[in-house]
Design a protein around this ligand. Sequence first.
Ligand SMILES: NC(=O)CC[C@H](N)C(=O)O
Length: 199
Amino acid sequence: MSAPRIGVLALQGDVREHLRMLTDAGAEPFGLRRPAEVERCDGLLIPGGESTTIDKLSRIFEVRDPIRARLAEGMPAFGTCAGMIMLADRIRGGLPDQQTFGGLDVTVRRNAFGRQVDSFETELDVAGLAAPMHAVFIRAPWVDEVGEGVEVLASVDAGPAGQHPVVVRQGAVLASSFHPEFGGDDRLHRMFVDTVRAG
Ligand SMILES: NC(=O)CC[C@H](N)C(=O)O
């Protein structure tokens, strides 16, 4: 495949750093806002932001149904923070009418780390990466439950609440609770681009 075309969902949230990291990783990324653009994607990146807003805007912009359909067909995807929430099949702590795109067989808890450690940074060991990643967590979710076939690539020790997965992968779908685009480290983006390239 020539440079894979990766749509970065550009309804809300941080898009620019993702575009830059994907370009550096050898992809051809573009900001995705229109239903017709969903068909042009070899892969989809869903950035962080606010999952409730991304959910609402995805319906208003009419990209929700085409994205759901492509994910159900196995389109590779990478979700970060709110993007992880959007990929989760099940969420806790969502608004009553909040919906996700689905595709990742996990239960995700929104704003899981609570007020005291609302936002924090840490050096995180990620399976498959030789050295730890600098991980920036901003009102981040964590994963409560994973289905069969979901690999846990990294976990965080949340004290009395125990260990919780923060990087997971299921086939061609990758998700991280933190914002890899703010840590100056594009290794997860490269992992994703390699997955998209492998088809
Ligand atoms: N940095 C983020 O993406 C935060 C996610 C946000 N707390 C949500 O529920 O969508």
